[in-house]
Design a protein. Structure first.
Length: 319
């Protein structure tokens, strides 16, 4: 196995999980703006919060890899996880192209770069002939390019069944398509510094808050483009309100249908809709505490950081 292992700062390369995001592949966990913003000085100390789903994937990673390796007939005495390389990444032919695969499997005497996922079989489509979600496929192809070896993939879709597994030889045509497009994005937005379009991601929200912490006392007339944006926002909020009413109506009709039962099974399988009783949550009565124990209330009160809030002003209607 001949890997090009290098030490790179995280901001100096495009990681495997970021490629699908910058290419706009549906299902990608991130967005082009988020990938760009995390490399800006304003967000140098900002870290992406790990979600429960991300933490579960990390904690089950080794188990899924071992089970997948067994399913694929890999050499179980020579399983290599990505961690033993001291934090170094595998770099491709392009200086910006690098990744940190989950590991490497020796199958029939040939090393394969391995990527594993803890995924839901209900929300992700995996097929018998190697079909997988597009964003996973793009990441996997990118890792094969960086490692210069064929790929092995394992996805744990259910604890009742072995992982879904698949192997493939390198496809240099698809690799080139992905590398060319990702390279164009990297050169335009990272090398030249052109910001992608702002989106609705939490990273974009954090970047804007840090970039424009303070404001003047000037209230100016909007440009035609700014007026159009406000009108579009108003329309979107009205549509969202109507959709929320539709959702509430459908939920109530399903509750009415369930009645006194626990729920509904879908085609006799594991998918179900339930209407169960839950324990009431314990909440602190802050108003009562402040009135009866003001010293205790003040001692444990914590004021949040100042932040700018977007609100509608008279004349433009309620947002």
């Amino acid at each position: 196995m001949n890997l090009k292992l290098v030490e790179l700062n995280r901001a100096d390369y495009l990681g495997g999980s970021e490629v699908a995001a910058v290419l706009g592949v549906p299902g990608a966990w991130d967005s082009p703006f988020s990938v760009w913003a995390r490399r800006q000085p304003e967000l140098a100390d900002h870290t992406t919060q790990m979600t429960p789903a991300m933490e579960a994937g990390h904690r089950f990673e080794e188990a899924v890899m071992g089970w997948s390796a067994a399913q694929l007939g890999a050499d179980m005495d020579n399983l290599l996880r990505g961690e033993p390389f001291g934090g170094k990444v595998v770099q491709g032919a392009e200086s910006w192209a690098a990744c940190h695969p989950d590991g490497y499997l020796n199958i029939d005497g040939m090393w394969h770069v391995y990527e594993g996922k803890l995924a839901s079989g209900q929300s992700h489509s995996f097929g018998p002939d190697g079909q997988m979600p597009d964003h996973y496929f793009v990441q996997w192809i990118y890792e094969q390019y960086c490692a210069q070896m064929p790929g092995a993939f394992g996805a744990q879709l259910s604890l009742r069944e072995p992982p879904w597994t698949h192997t493939m030889n390198r496809n240099v045509v698809i690799e080139k398509m992905i590398i060319d497009r990702a390279g164009e994005w990297w050169h335009k937005h990272i090398v030249k510094g052109e910001a992608p379009e702002v989106d609705g991601s939490l990273t974009a929200k954090a970047w804007l808050s840090m970039r424009h912490k303070e404001h003047s006392n000037i209230m100016r007339d909007p440009t035609s483009e700014e007026s159009a944006l406000v009108e579009e926002l108003k329309s979107a909020k009205l549509s969202m309100k109507a959709m929320q009413l539709d959702i509430a109506k459908l939920e109530n009709k399903i509750k009415e249908a369930i009645g006194g039962d626990e729920g509904l099974l879908y085609q006799g399988g594991p998918t179900f809709v339930s209407w169960r009783q839950q324990k009431g949550s314990n909440r602190l009565d802050q108003k009562k505490l402040r009135l009866e124990e003001p010293e205790v209330f003040n001692k444990y009160s914590k004021r949040g950081e100042p932040r700018r809030v977007l609100r509608a002003h008279p004349g433009w209607g309620a947002l």
